[in-house]
Unconditional design. Structure first.
Length: 464
């Protein structure tokens, strides 16, 4: 039982792997389309506030808990709070949310795989923007193709997780993250020359407060958790493999800056195209697939190559996130049930594949069409909505309460200080204020507002 826990190969390796978990479909596929649906600048502003005030402090808390216990979520809370403690529910919830998110995440990654291979056929060349858009429609509604790519992507994820921490996850991230950022910078430079660039900057960076909706605030908060991989123990699990001499504050800030940078770059690639061609920013989940091929089509013969590389990197960005989702689930069975890594990975990967089938069939509407009629969302949207808007923020809320109020203060401080260059007690106290008050109160207020128990506008008017 007393095996030495696997570690990352280096501190840099941890930052890259954690950034690999954070940077994924959330940044490139989801952030631009929910920004489009929620009116642009004001949503981006709230999202940035959520990252800074809620995200970074909770990320540090997850890493502190993971590294101090050297365990995955259920084991970590059982070690800290006791074997029969209700706090273990945080760990259980994390596994459950990991199941749900990965099941539909893999379907979207499957679309990216499809586009990677379609790029090789130069499918967009000579097509009008509308025709390019309808290619996505065809893919979205075809059951067999969706299930096929979902299966392939799940096999890739299982393959990497089977390789373990250093050999699998870390090695890939070292090359792929920098490559992804490079290609985005190139695309963002190309976008600067499009006539719609100015409108895009105005849309993304200038808040129009009249567009602010309560549902948008909840979505921004939920997305801050989703994009930073918080609230379900993924960062906690990665932190459990972190060396004691690594700086938790610096790492968390780096991961968040990289993650936010990629999300904003993605917007600055996509929105200029949208405004140049007069598309609606509210195109929903198909946005990235409908817009980017338009630039690729214009680049001429090199477009095919760039398109292939872009979608391939998108697949890898998704893979490095998917791996962290699966790692949360498998590490439970490895740590707590003493399963071998191979057994845990294959069994849980298989079950998640099955769980994803309703999402893969959502576009074609062949499975329980009544569901959409009843709830106004198909399976895919329902899973995404529940997981990221509700379960992750709730998980994050409990983690901040545990780390801020319940965890042994000496242990917490020692773990914070281990390897830290932010050793002044000031920094530590500022973090505690965020962890104990700012983060949980913000999450509670946003949730109360969303369920209609309070009205923040009225509250503000009464206070000021
Ligand atoms: N952060 C990933 C993304 O933005 O695509 C998604 C994700 C990974 C969410 C891991 C949660 C998680 F635990």
């Amino acid at each position: 039982m007393n095996q030495k826990r696997e570690n990352w190969g280096s501190k840099y390796g941890f930052i890259l792997a954690a950034a690999g978990s954070a940077v994924g479909l959330g940044n490139i596929w989801k952030f631009p389309y929910i920004t489009g649906e929620n009116g642009g600048g004001v949503f981006v502003l709230i999202y940035l506030i959520c990252i800074a005030l809620v995200g970074i402090p909770i990320m540090m808390a997850e890493i502190v808990i993971g590294r101090s216990t050297q365990k995955s979520p259920v084991g970590a809370f059982s070690a800290l709070a006791g074997k029969d403690s209700p706090w273990k529910i945080i760990g259980w919830m994390g596994i459950f949310v990991g199941f749900i998110i990965l099941s539909y995440y893999s379907v979207v990654a499957g679309w990216a795989l499809n586009y990677t291979f379609m790029s090789l056929t130069n499918f967009f060349s000579g097509k009008s923007p509308d025709e390019i858009g309808s290619v996505f429609g065809m893919l979205y509604t075809s059951s067999g193709i969706n299930i096929f790519w979902h299966a392939i992507f799940m096999m890739m994820t299982v393959g990497v997780v089977l390789g373990g921490i250093k050999g699998g996850i870390e090695r890939w991230n070292r090359i792929l993250m920098p490559a992804l950022i490079l290609i985005f910078i190139i695309l963002a430079i190309i976008s600067v020359f499009l006539p719609g660039w100015k409108d895009a900057v105005n849309f993304v960076f200038f808040p129009h407060f009249d567009k602010l909706k309560a549902s948008g605030v909840l979505e921004a908060l939920g997305h801050a958790f989703f994009t930073l991989s918080l609230g379900m123990g993924a960062m906690l699990t990665y932190g459990s493999y972190l060396q004691k001499d690594a700086d938790i504050v610096k790492s968390s800030i780096w991961i968040s800056v990289l993650d936010t940078g990629v999300a904003l770059l993605a917007c600055m690639v996509m929105f200029p195209i949208i405004f140049t061609y007069g598309f609606s920013p509210e195109a929903g989940p198909g946005l990235v697939f409908k817009t980017l091929p338009i630039i690729f089509a214009q680049i001429g013969s090199g477009g095919m190559f760039i398109s292939f590389i872009f979608f391939l990197l998108l697949v890898f960005a998704a893979l490095s996130s998917a791996v962290s989702l699966l790692e949360v689930v498998t590490s439970y069975f490895i740590d707590e049930k003493s399963w071998s890594r191979a057994k845990a990975t294959l069994v849980t990967g298989g079950i998640i594949f099955l769980f994803g089938i309703p999402s893969a069939l959502s576009g074609s509407g062949v499975l329980f069409p009544q569901w959409e009629a009843m709830y106004g969302k198909n399976f895919f949207d329902t899973f995404d909505y529940l997981a990221s808007n509700w379960m992750l923020p709730l998980g994050g809320l409990f983690i901040s309460i545990y780390a801020g109020w319940i965890m042994d203060p000496k242990l917490r401080e020692a773990e914070y200080l281990s390897g830290s260059t932010f050793t002044s007690t000031w920094y530590y106290k500022v973090w505690l204020v965020f962890l104990k008050f700012v983060a949980p109160i913000s999450v509670i207020l946003i949730i109360l507002q969303r369920v209609g128990l309070i009205d923040i506008d009225k509250l503000m008017a009464a206070i000021f």
